[in-house]
Structures are given as C-alpha cells and as structure tokens.
Write a protein that binds this ligand. Sequence first.
Ligand SMILES: [Zn+2]
Length: 298
Amino acid sequence: MISNQRQLEKDYPLLFAVARSSESVERHQARVITMTYEGEGPIEHSLYLAGKGITYDTGGADLKTGGHMAGMSRDKGGAATVVGFMKMLAAIQPKGIKVVAEVGAVRNSIGSNAFVADEIITSRAGVRVRIGNTDAEGRLVLCDVLTHLKELAAEDDKAEFFSVATLTGHAARAVGPYTALVENGVARAKNSAQQLSVAGDLWADPAEISRSRREDFDFVKPRTKADDILSSNNAASAVTARGHQFPMAFLQLASGLNDTQYAYTHVDIAGSGVEGGDWQHGKPTAAGLMMLAGRYLI
Ligand SMILES: [Zn+2]
C-alpha cells in the first residue's frame, strides 16, 4: 500500500490531482492498495484488475449541486468488487489463476487546493491530459492504476485487463439496473465481454455489452497542441451521447494500454452497484463479483 502523498503525486499524477484537496485532512488522504494472488499449477488465466475507490465524491470544484451529492459515499463500489474478488480467491484458493489487483482509494474533495477544469496533467504513461470536468474523476484514478498494472504485467502474454467502477450516470441511464461492459479491440477479438456476460447471466450478475466506436476516440481527441487528450466534456454523462462508452477510449489512450496487445474490458457498475439504483438508501450489490467468479473460477 502506498500512503506517502509525495510518492503518489510523483507516481500517480492523475490520481493525485483528484486527491489534492483532501491531503490537508489526514483521514481523507489517498491510498493505492495492491493485492496479488497466484494459484498452484500452470497459470491459465492472468487477470489485472483496477478498482475505482472514490471514498466520497463531492464532484470537486465542479461541485455536485441540486442534491446530487447524496449517496456519493457509494462511489467506491468498483474497488469493493475488486477487493471482494481477492477475498474470494483467498478463501477458495483456486488453481491455475493469477490475479493482480490495484485499488485507488481517493476522496474527491473541494477546497482551495482543488484541481480544476483546464489543468493539463501528464499521466503516469506520459500522456498530457486536459481536465474537462473535475466530477469525471474516476477515470483519472483508474488511468494511472491501469498504467502501473501494465508495467507489472511486463511480458505476461496471458494478461487480461479490467477496470471496475461506478463510473458514469450514463451507464445507469442506458442499461441500469445492469452492468455495462465496454471492451477494446483485442478483448472483442477474444470474445471477452461476451463470455463475461454469459457467466453473469448464469450467476445472477448480468451485464450488457456496449461497443466501443470511433466516435468515442474522436470525443476525447486533443483540441490544442498543449494536450494529448481531453478527460471529459463538461456536461453530466447522463445527458452526453455515448457517455459510458467514450470513457473506455480515454482510459485506453491515457493509460498507455492502447500501445499494447492486451485485452481490456471496462466494467461500469454505476447502474448495477446499488439496489434499485438508489445510491442514497439502496443496499450495495457487489455487482461484477459473481460475473468475474463465474467466468474465471468455475
Ligand atoms: Zn464524480
């Protein structure tokens, strides 16, 4: 686990931008937590899981208004699913699988040191990211985590990547109460999301598959010579066309996964992570957990 804020600032620059205004309150400070499991026998599956753990999401300087902040203690559901999967592995000790999981636990606070839209921050992978909206913080946290996982994967030719997150209101609008899966071209060629979705159907943890399209990559393209990519538009994802698909394009490009041949599937549980879609009062569901277990552990 990394708790040194200076190290996070250096090694996880996008994640730390989100964490910046929480640093002054010790109990709110960011953490990056890494967990590994390697079962006995020849390794058949090698998974790299990134979890979004926004411990509280105020929206940051783009503050959530109109009562939309209530329930944002639930913005760590992706991290909870990833940690839950590791706990399951520890309990049942399956053979033939290796899993490396990393969670970014960050509070998106508002304060005088808060990051703001228009800032350009270079990601761990060296991509200059222009901040579009500070409430689109989950993808910033996941991006540097994915890059670190990519570095850990090194020459692992069985590596498959996943990000699990309560990422967008758009996923909830589009496919709620189900999980949305958005895969890259390598994953699609391997039928990764399809196999996950089939397992989810069998294990009562269903997901819908959303295609990644060229428009998603156009949406985040650089607008000036000073940046390489835009993190987000400045409207709510729920009123943005392709609001849950284009973040996968961002994650793939800004993390450097685009330069690899690794399969990558983004798992958005914003519509499925809480019962009834009621983030304020609903019970967390651990969406994605049984789907992953059904696909890789059975
Ligand atoms: Zn947010």
